[in-house]
Design a protein around this ligand. Sequence first.
Ligand SMILES: [Zn+2]
Length: 332
Amino acid sequence: MRFGFNDTCLEHDPGPRHPENPDRLRAIQEHLQDHQGVEYVNPPPATEADVLTVHDDDYVEELRAFIDDGGGNWDPDTVATETTWDAALASAGLSKWVAEEAMAGATGHETAFALGRPPGHHATPDDAMGFCFFNNVAIASQHALDETAAERVAILDWDVHHGNGIQDIFYDRGDVLYISIHEDGLYPGTGHVDEIGDGVGRGATLNVPLPAGSGDPEYDATLQQLVRPALEEFDPDLLLVSAGFDAHRHDPISRMHVSTEGYGLLTQRVRAVTDAIGAELGFVLEGGYGLDTLADGVGVVHEVFEGRSVVTPTDPVQNDVEALFDEIRGAR
Ligand SMILES: [Zn+2]
């Protein structure tokens, strides 16, 4: 794969005890040293104009003033320092680059993956939260719609948390399909089955709040039974994956049981469906807080694009998940 990387993203440092720290990117880079076919690209940062395509002026101004003033706790989880502004623009720039690369036809070994931080999917039009300041994937999606041939963009968010910010930004839009697979009841508490979009966006939000303890069979069933049909119906020109790795069974902040191999399987499923419907594909890093499991997860996504074949789980899907799928189909 081609990995977008910008050293400026390392400079956002909310402190050594904060789970979203620069060691996350260092662990990924160290791990990728052992892989063939890794290429790094250093795209430019996003501009403030890019940010303003999805965020409110007042919020952006307030955040800039807060950071210029030295930063601090925006909320109990979300900590800015004086370097956060540049890091957040760098992170959004990587995400923009992924959309551009994908729409320019980057596939297979050339597939783009943004290794940025701070992450983005919790950032709403008018607020930073959940370690996120600018909504990287939303900025990239809007950029694709405004500046490339893409007329419809889909986002698949497999981070263990619901991406409330992406959902809010595109909730009443018919040109962006947002799909989230997350742990039911976890932060930030949104992402219920009946949140399906509004107005012309009705049906263009799909939430799959899986029960705690779900693992490879449940995630694979979600991809096959819900995500694939939704993508086939929406027929996007571009699919961006909000790729968090915090549903891993050894991640410290969730109770999900996805294995490293499971992330490979998700990647293979996503690749198969985008090939089938003729959509371009790119990846943007979100969360993932176990350094080893985060690095392994990114590594296995890369390996799938280098030709690794992945084993399908044989364990049965939990009964309550089949009932959840029926509920989701009924809500749409
Ligand atoms: Zn997360």
